[in-house]
Structure formats: structure tokens, C-alpha cells
Design a protein around this ligand. Structure first.
Ligand code: SAM
Ligand code: SF4
Length: 321
């Protein structure tokens, strides 16, 4: 057995988030810059290269793989990748905007991907178009219901932005009264080209207290590496969580590694650097020492909200959340 991927703070890295594709069919303002810089096609991983890299991570102890993007379901060989992953000893999940998921229900079942985070920031169709700069609200909503009916474990991701959708926090919680899903409110994070503003970010404590003004809520236990603080309103079928990346970071228990569509590896979502694994792979070199070195130099924390806000980073659409 290989030595686990352990950093200088003793954190073992067993969770790989893979961005399958940079591009997306939505244009969420908080994620996609007005003029995105796309990687030229020949610098993106082919299917074989992506599988080789994922295989290396799995041999180095990765037990959980989350597919993300851009929009992961837009990758042409999406089902081939899914089929390969289903033969590995890993727990699978995906983050998707939900617009195309109806096309893949049978594949997801066949290949054992039952955990889906579907991003939906508003329950208002007009607002959806303002926020995503595209149509598709009704399809996403329909697909969330379809996934639940088909027995998938569904979480809805909603990034909360002051003045844009923060008046819908209660509507989202109310949704969980009858719907067996988990709504996850996410603090707005800064990335290249997303016009991040501290005043627009609604902090965890405020989201929670606004909910407490309307409901008596109870805490649900969180998992050991969880980024979400979970709660429920008693008697409701679903529950909700808050992801406090900015105001109460969870770096101490971080077990996450990111692999981008261009074969670059990031040891932290907020890291200002990334290391290509694709270049050594194409030169026929062993990527394991490179992976170990990137993990070894991971920082203890991302350094707080203002430290991150000023830092160089990619756009979120090319990292994958
Ligand atoms: N296209 C897929 C989707 O929207 O679910 C997967 C990729 S998207 C980058 C992954 C997650 O990152 C989404 O839930 C999205 O809402 C979240 N996200 C994007 N930009 C963000 C930001 N600036 N702050 C917080 N979350 C963000
Ligand atoms: Fe696309 Fe997801 Fe980014 Fe929206 S959040 S632009 S759906 S990648």
C-alpha cells in the first residue's frame, strides 16, 4: 500500500474534486467572468490522460471523487469517464447546474453516482435569468424533482448574495418542509473576474440568524471532513446547511485535492498557484512525486477572507468549486 497523501499538518488527502470541463452552458455572474480565458484544446486532458491521472490519485489513497466543472455533463466523454470510475473503489458524487441531468439518469444509476449537488440560487424564474444570464430555470427545477423521484440523494447549492437573492433564504428553507432534499447556503467567495464584494457576501452567522427569526432550528451532526454546518427545522422532511468558507473556514480538517481540466493540480481552492501534472505525464515522467510535493507544501489555512480577496486566482468556472 502506498503512503497516504499527508501534508505538513498531518491532514490526509483522500477526496479528489475533478473539473471535467472548463466550459459551461450557464453564465452565473458570481462564477463566470464577462470575458473568460479558456485553455486551448490541446492543453486540456484527453480522456486517457484524465483517467491516468485519476488512477494515480486513487492508488495514492483517494477514496472519494467528485465530478465538477464548468458543467461536467457537457464533457463529450462524460459517460465513459463515469463507467471507468464505477470500476474503481471510490465513492462518487457530482456538482452540476442540473440543466442536462435528465439525459443521464440511466447512466448515473448504472454507474452508481447517486449523490448530486444541483446548483440553484433562486426560486424565481426571472431572477434565474438575471443571475445566470441564460434561460433554464424550469428545466433545473423539473430535474431536481426528477432526481428525487428517481431516488437520488440531492443537495441544492445556493450562493447567497446580498440584494440579489438573500430575500429567498426563508423560501429555500420552506422548500425543505415537504421536499426530501438538503439546501446548502454558500457564502460568496472571491475569484478572478467575479466582482467579489464583502458587502455582497452574506456571512454564515447572518444566514443562520435570519432563519432563526422564522423557525426553531436544531443542529444535525456534521461529518469529520464536512464543509457544511447542518441544521433542520423540526418536522421538516429535508434539512439545510451553511457553508462558511469565508467567515469560519474549515481548513483544519481539509482532505481535498483539486484536479483541473487542463491537468493542473491545486492543493487549496484559494491557492494562487497550481502545478501541471499533464506536462510531466506527457513527457512520460512519474507524476507521483509531483503530487506528493504539492500536498507537502499546502498551507495551514487560506488566510482569512480579506487575504483571499486580494489574491490572484483563476475564475471559479475553471476550478470547479
Ligand atoms: N456547473 C456546476 C454547478 O454550477 O454546480 C459545477 C461547477 S460550479 C463552479 C460548482 C459550485 O461552485 C456551484 O455550486 C456554484 O454555485 C459554486 N460557486 C461558483 N462560484 C462561486 C463563488 N464565487 N462563491 C461561492 N460559490 C461559488
Ligand atoms: Fe456554470 Fe456552475 Fe459556474 Fe454557473 S456556477 S457559470 S453553472 S460553472
Amino acid at each position: 500500500m502506498n503512503q497516504p497523501l499527508t501534508d505538513g499538518f498531518g491532514r490526509q488527502h483522500t477526496y479528489l474534486r475533478v473539473s471535467l470541463v472548463e466550459k459551461c452552458n450557464l453564465r452565473c455572474r458570481y462564477c463566470m467572468p464577462e470575458e473568460p480565458e479558456w485553455t486551448p484544446g490541446h492543453q486540456l486532458c484527453t480522456t486517457e490522460e484524465l483517467l491516468l491521472l485519476m488512477d494515480t490519485f486513487i492508488k495514492l489513497g483517494v477514496t472519494k471523487v467528485r465530478l465538477t466543472g464548468g458543467e461536467p455533463t457537457m464533457r463529450k466523454d462524460f459517460t465513459r469517464i463515469l463507467a471507468w470510475l464505477s470500476r474503481q473503489d471510490v465513492e462518487l458524487s457530482m456538482t452540476t447546474n442540473g440543466t442536462l441531468i435528465h439525459r443521464f439518469i440511466d447512466d448515473l444509476k448504472r454507474y452508481g453516482l447517486y449523490k448530486l449537488n444541483v446548483s440553484l440560487d433562486t426560486l424565481n424564474p426571472v431572477r434565474f435569468e438575471e443571475m445566470t444570464r441564460r434561460t433554464g430555470f424550469h428545466k433545473v427545477l423539473e430535474n431536481i424533482h426528477l432526481l428525487i423521484d428517481e431516488g437520488f440523494d440531492v443537495k441544492v447549492n445556493a450562493v447567497i448574495l446580498r440584494g440579489q437573492n438573500d430575500d429567498e433564504i426563508i423560501d429555500f428553507v420552506e422548500w425543505t418542509r415537504v421536499m426530501p432534499l438538503s439546501v446548502r447556503f454558500i457564502e460568496f467567495m472571491p475569484f478572478s473576474g467575479n466582482k467579489w464584494d464583502d458587502d455582497v457576501m452574506v456571512p454564515f452567522a447572518e444566514i443562520k440568524s435570519r432563519i432563526e427569526e422564522s423557525y426553531a432550528i436544531e443542529k444535525i451532526p456534521d461529518g469529520p471532513n464536512d464543509t457544511t454546518k447542518h441544521y433542520r427545522v423540526s418536522g421538516f422532511r429535508g434539512n439545510f446547511g451553511i457553508i462558511s468558507s469565508m467567515t469560519e473556514h474549515f481548513c483544519g480538517s481539509c482532505n481535498r485535492i483539486r484536479l483541473l481540466a487542463n491537468g493542473a493540480m491545486k492543493n487549496c481552492l484559494f491557492s494562487d498557484s497550481e502545478t501541471s501534472l499533464l506536462e510531466p505525464l506527457r513527457r512520460g515522467e512519474d507524476v507521483e512525486p509531483v503530487i506528493r510535493e504539492v500536498i507537502a507544501r499546502k498551507h495551514a489555512t487560506h488566510g482569512g477572507r480579506f487575504a483571499i480577496a486580494g489574491r490572484e486566482n483563476r475564475s471559479m468556472v475553471t476550478i470547479g468549486g
